[in-house]
Write a new protein. Structure first.
Length: 339
C-alpha cells in the first residue's frame, strides 16, 4: 500500500489580527523582512461537535474551537473526522470547530511547513541534485513520490511542486537534505518556524509527516493558521492551487507531470488547494481554502475515515460557511464573541 499525501476584549483581538495579517518574514524570493510574528490562537467554549456559529479569534490558546448551537435554519454540516476547523482569513471569524485544539498527527499537511521553510532559505532557481538517498527514502517508507531519479537536477521551484502536488517524499527529502542541511536540522528549522508563527500546539518530527520517527503532531486550528500564512506567499499560493505541473525533459532531468491530489480543485467553486495527507495513524487529512465572493475561507479536516469523505466534508463546510458569511452573524447564538 502506498501512503498517499504523507501528512482571538477587542483591543487584544484587533492587535492579534493585525499581526496575523502582516507579521510574516519575507521569503528568500522576496524583499528581506523581519522574523515571522505569532499568529493569533483561537479559543472557544465546548459544545456539540459540528454545530458552530461565527465567533472571533482570541489571543490565548485553550479550548477546541468556536463551537456553539447552530443558527436557526442554518445547521452546520456533520463532519465525521476526528477534528475540523474553518474560519474567514480576513476577519478572523471562526465558523466551525470540532475538537479543533486536539493534538493529532497530520500526515503530509506537514509538507506545507516544509515548503514554507524552504522558501525562506532558497532561491527558486537554485538547482538541487537528486541523491539516491532521496529515492530510497520514499521507497523504503512506502510513501508517495514525485517519481524522481538519482542524478536528476531540478530547480527548487519544480521540487516544491513535487512536494505539494503529488506529495513527493523524495522531493521533500531532497530539499531537507540540502537546506537543513539534513532532515534533523531541517526539522529543527520547521519547529522554530512553528514557534515564531505562534503554532504552540504543533511539533514536527520530520519534513514529510511520515510516522517514523514518531512524535509529530498539530491541531486543526494550527494547520488552518499555517494555511493562511502559506496563502499569503504568492509563490506558495500559486503552487498549492495548481491542478497540474509539467516539467519538460532537459539535459538535467527527465520529464515529469505532477497532478494535484486535492480533488476540490476544479470542482469546488473558488478552491485554492492547499494540501492533502494520509497515514494509517493520521487517517485522511485535508487543508483547504476557497475564495467565496471575495472572502477567503480556510479550513482543515483531520482524521477522516476515507479519502472522499474529507473532500465532501470540506465542500459542505465551505458552502455552509459562505451562507453564514452572506448574512449578519447571529452573535446571540455564539458561545464565543468579541468583547
Amino acid at each position: 500500500m502506498q501512503i498517499g499525501g504523507i501528512r482571538l476584549g477587542a483591543c487584544a483581538a484587533l492587535a492579534a489580527l493585525a499581526v496575523f495579517g502582516t507579521g510574516l518574514s519575507a521569503p528568500a524570493h522576496a524583499q528581506p523582512g523581519s522574523a515571522p510574528a505569532a499568529a493569533p490562537a483561537v479559543t472557544g467554549a465546548p459544545g456539540t461537535a459540528g454545530s458552530a456559529v461565527p465567533a472571533r479569534l482570541t489571543g490565548t490558546d485553550g479550548l477546541a474551537g468556536a463551537v456553539a448551537r447552530p443558527v436557526a435554519g442554518r445547521t452546520a454540516p456533520a463532519v465525521t473526522g476526528k477534528a475540523a476547523y474553518l474560519f474567514d482569513a480576513a476577519t478572523g471569524t471562526a465558523y466551525f470547530g470540532k475538537q479543533a485544539g486536539r493534538r493529532l498527527p497530520v500526515a503530509s499537511l506537514t509538507k506545507v511547513m516544509t515548503a514554507y521553510v524552504v522558501l525562506r532559505q532558497a532561491s527558486l532557481d537554485a538547482v538541487v541534485r537528486i541523491d539516491a538517498s532521496d529515492v530510497r527514502h520514499a521507497r523504503a517508507n512506502d510513501a508517495t513520490s514525485a517519481g524522481l531519479r538519482a542524478g536528476e537536477r531540478l530547480t527548487v521551484r519544480d521540487l516544491l511542486y513535487g512536494v505539494m502536488l503529488p506529495s513527493g517524499a523524495d522531493a521533500s527529502h531532497a530539499l531537507a537534505r540540502v537546506y537543513g542541511p539534513g532532515a534533523a536540522r531541517f526539522t529543527a528549522r520547521m519547529n522554530a518556524a512553528a514557534r515564531a508563527l505562534g503554532l504552540s500546539l504543533t511539533r514536527y518530527a520530520n519534513p514529510d509527516g511520515l510516522p517514523e520517527p514518531a512524535g509529530g503532531y498539530s491541531t486543526a486550528i494550527d494547520q488552518a493558521k499555517l494555511a493562511r500564512v502559506a496563502l499569503n506567499d504568492p509563490v506558495l499560493r500559486t503552487i498549492a492551487s495548481s491542478r497540474r505541473h509539467v516539467v519538460r525533459a532537459s539535459k538535467l532531468h527527465r520529464a515529469h507531470t505532477w497532478t494535484n491530489s486535492n480533488k476540490l480543485l476544479g470542482k469546488t467553486p473558488g478552491a485554492l488547494g492547499v494540501k492533502t495527507g494520509y497515514t494509517r495513524a493520521a487517517g485522511y487529512c485535508l487543508s483547504f481554502a476557497a475564495d467565496r465572493d471575495g472572502r477567503l475561507l480556510i479550513g482543515v479536516v483531520l482524521g477522516e475515515s476515507s479519502s472522499e469523505r474529507r473532500f465532501r466534508s470540506a465542500d459542505r463546510l465551505l458552502d455552509w460557511a459562505a451562507g453564514q458569511a452572506a448574512g449578519p452573524p447571529d452573535v446571540g447564538a455564539g458561545v464565543v464573541r468579541s468583547l
